[in-house]
Design a protein. Structure first.
Length: 239
């Protein structure tokens, strides 16, 4: 079964817009797991514009579902936080400074030695590692040589083509990348712009998908549908 990890960054963004603690991020984290999510994802950035580093520490204390922390391991503060909180999974994302949102995967060929070194640090601490990659065969092959446990396919390209009505061509590079990951013994995650409309087709065609991480679309849907209902509807797309 493919797990649904809910990214709660946008809840933190709303809280930070007015200061104070409304909405209560920790209550939201507890509710997300109570409403049926298989995991919680956070992506702290150096400017702490949504998830704060202290949020990560507090969330780790209270949740019982899987905990996934995303971020750029070039930031020593991020590395230290992950090693301190020991989530179930760390997802390494090659964000640049001031980047609005993640928009590309690692070049696993050029950065192979760097990634190998960083992954060994996290795995030595007992943390499963996933690295964010584009759906390119050479990037999957490079990832397999870094020692990572999983790759996470960056799915913005899929989402855009699917919305334009080209779902078969949208899926093709992702299916080929997923097959290569499976062939090489890598676990498989996916995330970015997956939503209620495009998720089912993606999962049906890549049934060995381990986990999807969804935040923005799910939280937007929750404004109209309610958080519990939105989580359950997304889970149904993964059956």
């Amino acid at each position: 079964m493919t797990k649904l990890s809910v990214n709660i960054n946008k809840i933190a963004t709303l809280r930070n817009a007015r200061g104070g603690n409304n909405p209560d991020l920790l209550k939201a984290a507890m509710d997300v797991q109570r409403f049926g999510a298989d995991g919680i994802t956070v992506h702290p950035r150096p400017d702490e514009r949504h998830i704060r580093y202290e949020d990560v520490r507090q969330i780790k204390k209270i949740i019982t579902t899987e905990f996934n922390i995303e971020g750029n391991c070039h930031e020593q503060k991020f590395v230290d936080l992950v090693l301190e909180t020991k989530p179930n999974q760390v997802t390494l994302v090659p964000d640049t400074g001031g980047q609005l949102t993640s928009d590309h995967g690692w070049d696993t060929v050029k950065n192979k030695e760097y990634l190998r070194n960083m992954i060994s640090v996290f795995r030595a601490a007992g943390i499963r590692v996933s690295i964010f990659v584009d759906p390119v065969i050479s990037m999957i092959e490079g990832a397999s040589e870094t020692g990572t446990d999983r790759v996470e396919l960056y799915t913005e390209g899929y989402a855009k083509q699917y919305a334009a009505g080209s779902r078969h061509s949208a899926l093709t590079p992702y299916l080929e990348a997923a097959k290569k990951a499976k062939e090489l013994g890598l676990g498989l995650n996916a995330g970015h712009d997956l939503d209620m409309f495009n998720l089912k087709y993606f999962k049906e065609n890549i049934p060995w998908l381990d986990e999807v991480s969804i935040g923005h679309a799910l939280i937007c849907d929750a404004l109209y549908l309610g958080l519990e209902n939105a989580i359950q509807l997304y889970r149904r797309q993964l059956l």
